[in-house]
Design a protein around this ligand. Structure first.
Ligand SMILES: *Cc1c(COP(=O)(O)O)cnc(C)c1O
Length: 392
């Protein structure tokens, strides 16, 4: 079993101890105790042991984790209730009071809040650097730096971080590296092969792929997963049995979905680039992207998120145009999230209020983020064309 298509279907089969072809949903909070007290104690303290109590583990979670470890080519993996549960649990497991983290200026909003408002309360310091300036990431490293936290492509500006270069410097200095690989998906980007230690995902996006679950993943060496498991046990963020089943089901078609999404999104990005109402089209797959060369080196496809910046005279004008554009779209649904089979659209400046005079916001007022699904590209392009007509 060497190819990813096969692994997506069959990995973790050993965790299905029933005769059912598909691992059943173990909708139970607890399990019959082993009559041998020593065995029982062992089962309580073994990471992700699937038959003790749900906060410790679950058979479906063990199976889906095996698939995820195979996908990211890491020794082990662990699933959690949401992407943020994975990110917060992994970071809290990795650092202690007095440590320093180097992170990016642009991160998923929940991750930014973890760095800005939670960790500083516990004596962890964070320096945030623009991700396209690799040398500045390296220069931000201090003797007390224990973690470098990355995200590429980032949300919603699709900037790229040089994973290989940062991983190389971190290894020399014995600093742990983590990357949020959600936007790329494991099909398009393999951070482990570039030297990154820990890989995180919001499985609510491409991995689940159907906008019907929330889940998070931590992939890494067994020693780290054991540490993160102990942290998850305290924070309480294990993935629910039903969501684990849905994630396992969604994963089987990940390769097919990503290939189609990569192709459709590239053709849509090329179309958008030539529209007169659009100032800029941000997609790492376009030769016009400032980091296209780096993206092509570390990614094999560019995913389904493309951001556009609408032409406007003032930020007020941008806000009106963006809202007009969004309300004119018929196939694209105005909803948070990415990575499902249905195309979604959001206007981040409205979501986060940065259209108000806010000097700290890095998201332009006219930026609209599209998440491309599995509809036919012609229908999506027609929908976009019609909505662009209304803001001529
Ligand atoms: C959605 C998302 C998250 C958070 O995941 P949840 O499952 O919503 O908690 C983290 N990182 C990125 C890049 C995301 O897109």
């Amino acid at each position: 079993m060497s190819k990813i298509e096969t692994k997506l279907i069959h990995s973790g089969r050993e965790y299905n101890e029933t005769k059912a072809v598909i691992t059943p949903i173990y909708q139970t909070s607890t399990y019959l105790a082993d009559p041998n007290p020593e065995e029982y104690i062992k089962s309580a303290s073994t990471a992700n042991y699937p038959y003790f109590y749900h906060r410790h583990g679950n058979p479906s979670n063990s199976q889906v984790s095996a698939t995820l470890a195979a996908l990211e080519q890491t020794e082990d993996a662990m699933v959690l209730a949401t992407g943020m549960a994975a990110i917060s649990t992994a970071v809290i497991a990795a650092v202690k009071s007095g440590d320093h983290i180097v992170a990016q200026t642009s991160h998923y909003s929940g991750t930014s809040l973890l760095f800005e408002s939670l960790l500083p309360k516990y004596g962890v310091e964070i320096t945030r650097v623009e991700q396209h300036k690799t040398q500045e990431i390296i220069d931000a490293i201090r003797p007390d730096t224990s973690l470098i936290y990355l995200e590429t492509p980032s949300n919603p500006n699709l900037a790229i971080t040089d994973l290989q270069r940062v991983a190389q410097v971190a290894k020399e200095k014995k600093i742990t590296t983590m990357v949020d690989n959600t936007f790329a998906s494991p099909i398009n980007q393999k951070p482990k092969c570039l030297g990154i230690d820990i890989i995180l995902h919001s499985a609510s996006k491409y991995l689940g792929g159907h906008s019907d679950l929330t889940a998070g993943v931590i992939c890494g060496p067994e020693s780290f997963i054991n540490k993160a498991w102990k942290t998850r046990l305290i924070l309480g963020g294990n993935l629910a049995p039903m969501d684990s089943f849905l994630l396992a089901r969604g994963l089987k078609t990940l390769k097919l979905r990503m290939e189609q999404i990569n192709a459709t999104t590239l053709s849509i990005a090329k179309f958008l680039e030539n529209q007169e109402q659009i100032e800029d089209t941000l997609y790492p797959g376009l030769p016009s992207h400032p980091q296209h060369e780096l993206a092509s080196q570390q990614m094999t496809g560019f995913g389904g998120v493309v951001s556009i910046i609408l032409k406007s005279k003032t930020s007020k004008d941008a806000l009106i145009k963006a809202q007009q554009f969004l309300s004119s779209l018929k196939i694209f649904t105005n909803a948070a999230s990415i990575g499902g089979v249905e195309s979604l659209v959001v206007h981040p400046a409205s979501m986060f209020g940065s259209h108000q005079e806010n000097a700290t916001s890095s998201v332009p007022a006219g930026l609209v983020r599209l998440s491309i699904g599995l509809e036919h590209p012609d229908d999506l392009m027609e929908d976009l064309k019609n909505a662009l007509e209304t803001i001529k």
